[in-house]
Design a protein around this ligand. Structure first.
Ligand code: PAF
Length: 287
């Protein structure tokens, strides 16, 4: 167990990077909003396999939260987070202040004009501008060789991949499968807000995704029928579904009516006051 270096200012990051350059180390980076759980730890473990040094950032990025969203009540557990990262021997934690990332007079934002439309983009206008902007800034500040992102935020992951491709940035983006509770619930920092009853309902989201995946495996290719398999399980009182959509894994484009390329079913729902997202890549080959 090694306590990670705590980097707050850009000058501290520069000093840290200078030392790594001297030892010719590669850097893997895991950006987070904090409130770390086992899903984040899986990202860190993957990062450790990919480079000599691992840097994690903890920054509750204000520009990705809308005016009526949970920025103020987003869990902030920095002490516990650093203790967890120490158990994995993370080399450094970047904990910037808001003024470091968005100094007075800040003006520049990154917008995706296609893949950000629809799905979470509908109910969270501006959210992905905030995500893309902060991810680009953090990756540039850390100067990493590879950055690791979870597939749970599938639209986010695809947008990030697209951004670095479009902007000719050569950082490698490494996607990692969603980590789940034994009953299938996707790990999320927001799960802590679910009451026992909410949590029971939340499990249905994954059961519904798996029902659609099973139908796809049995040979069902109709988009509406596959979504209906999800609805049969998850359309119940207490779950306010926001969307359930089948899209192409490659670029999140919609299908006409039949699935003819590898698909992913993406869903969002509010249970009580908690908004949850999840998804499953549908696959003909595995169970
Ligand atoms: O997925 C998250 O935790 C955040 O959106 C990210 C990528 C750290 C950007 O703030």
């Amino acid at each position: 167990m090694g306590v990670p270096a705590t980097l707050i200012s850009l000058a501290e990051v520069s000093e840290f990077k200078k030392a790594l350059r001297q030892e010719q180390s590669t850097i893997a980076f895991v950006p987070t909003l904090g409130a770390l759980h086992h899903g984040h730890l899986a990202l860190v473990r993957r990062a450790k396999q990919l480079a000599d040094r691992v840097v994690v950032s903890i920054f509750v990025n204000p520009t990705q939260f809308g005016p009526n969203e949970d920025f103020a009540k987003y869990p902030r557990t920095v002490r516990e987070d650093i203790d967890l990262l120490a158990t994995l021997n993370v080399d450094a934690v970047f904990l910037p202040n808001t003024a470091t990332i968005y100094p007075a007079g800040y003006q520049t934002y990154i917008t995706n004009r296609r893949m950000s439309v629809g799905l979470c983009g509908t109910s969270r206008p501006g959210h992905f501008d905030g995500v893309l902007t902060v991810v680009m800034k953090l990756v540039n500040i850390i100067g990493c060789d590879v950055a690791v992102f979870g597939k749970k935020d599938y639209q986010q992951l695809k947008l990030i991949e697209q951004m670095f491709r479009d902007l000719n940035h050569n950082v490698r983006i490494e996607p990692l499968d969603t980590v789940r509770e034994p009953d299938g619930l996707a790990l999320s920092s927001r799960n802590r807000f679910l009451s026992d009853t909410d949590r029971e309902l939340a499990v249905r989201l994954n059961v519904g995704l798996r029902a659609a995946a099973a139908a796809y495996q049995r040979g069902e290719n109709k988009v509406d029928t596959l979504v209906e398999e999800f609805h049969k399980v998850a359309k119940v009182g207490g779950i306010a579904l926001e969307y359930a959509e089948i899209r192409r894994q490659a670029d999140l484009e919609s299908f006409e009516s039949m699935v003819d390329q590898p698909p992913v079913l993406l869903i969002a729902a509010k249970i009580g006051q908690t908004r949850l997202i999840d998804n499953l890549e549908l696959d003909k080959t595995i169970g």
